[in-house]
Ligand binder design. Structure first.
Ligand code: SAH
Length: 214
């Protein structure tokens, strides 16, 4: 067992389970995916601590608890086709790839696309396609999706993402101003959608034609 495996075990037992993460499949994925691979080598020692970390280009890898919570809220099945907006380091993408059939992940910064691809290839996540694009437009050519996860804070719920969700499908998205947001779970209905409040959070901005303009 590697030193990092034990650190991950501690992360699960001190940060996730005590705060109410219950889904065993999510817990197993968080135990398995080597988070330290997704941060700069100099920060690897902090990879399992209870906070977000910088990944360059003014972006961050989310705190482990938030990754686990957002994943749990999507209630993924192994047959699901998932869309993620904001690949960043690719860590959340790897967690999704453990639980779903296929993950499409969209990122607007090319350097992050390249790095995330390298990390996911190294760990043999071949059920992931990463695309350089404005994720607020979704990914029309691959829609509809069983689930959508947005890992950047949006001023509103982008309509193209609701449109690209299957009826009965779930989307998790932080919505608010640039300093704090509410984590919503959207349930796509025949009529449009319903939303549930899952508490406060803080993400970097979702920048795009249905997000922030800069
Ligand atoms: N899930 C990531 C978190 C990355 S931070 C991780 O685990 O590391 C949010 C990411 O969203 C940033 O990389 C940022 O560049 C990206 N982003 C912001 N607006 C976007 C948009 N419109 N389309 C795609 N990606 C976007």
């Amino acid at each position: 067992m590697s030193e990092y495996y034990r650190t991950r075990e501690r992360m699960v037992n001190t940060q996730l389970i005590p705060r109410g993460i219950r889904d065993q499949r999510v817990i197993d994925a968080m135990r398995k995916v080597p988070r330290h691979i997704f941060v700069e080598e100099a920060l690897a020692g902090q990879a399992y601590s209870d906070n977000p970390l910088p990944i360059g280009y003014k972006q961050t890898i989310s705190q482990p608890y938030i990754v686990a919570l957002m994943t749990e809220l999507l209630m993924l099945k192994k047959t699901d086709k998932v869309l993620e907006i904001g690949t960043g380091s690719g860590y959340q993408t790897a967690i999704l790839a453990e639980l779903a059939d296929w993950v499409y992940s969209v990122e607007r910064i090319n350097e992050l696309v390249i790095k995330a691809r390298k990390n996911l290839d190294q760990l043999k996540y071949y059920n992931v396609a990463i695309k350089l694009s404005d994720g607020t437009l979704g990914l029309r050519e691959e829609a509809p999706f069983d689930a959508i996860m947005v890992t950047a804070g949006s001023p509103t719920i982008p309509e193209p993402l609701v449109e690209q969700l299957k009826v009965g499908g779930l989307m998790v998205i932080p919505v608010g101003d640039e300093f704090s947001q509410t984590l919503y779970r959207i349930i796509r209905t025949e009529d449009w959608y319903e939303k549930e409040d899952h508490g406060g959070c803080r993400f970097v901005k979702l920048i795009g034609s249905h997000g922030w303009s800069y």
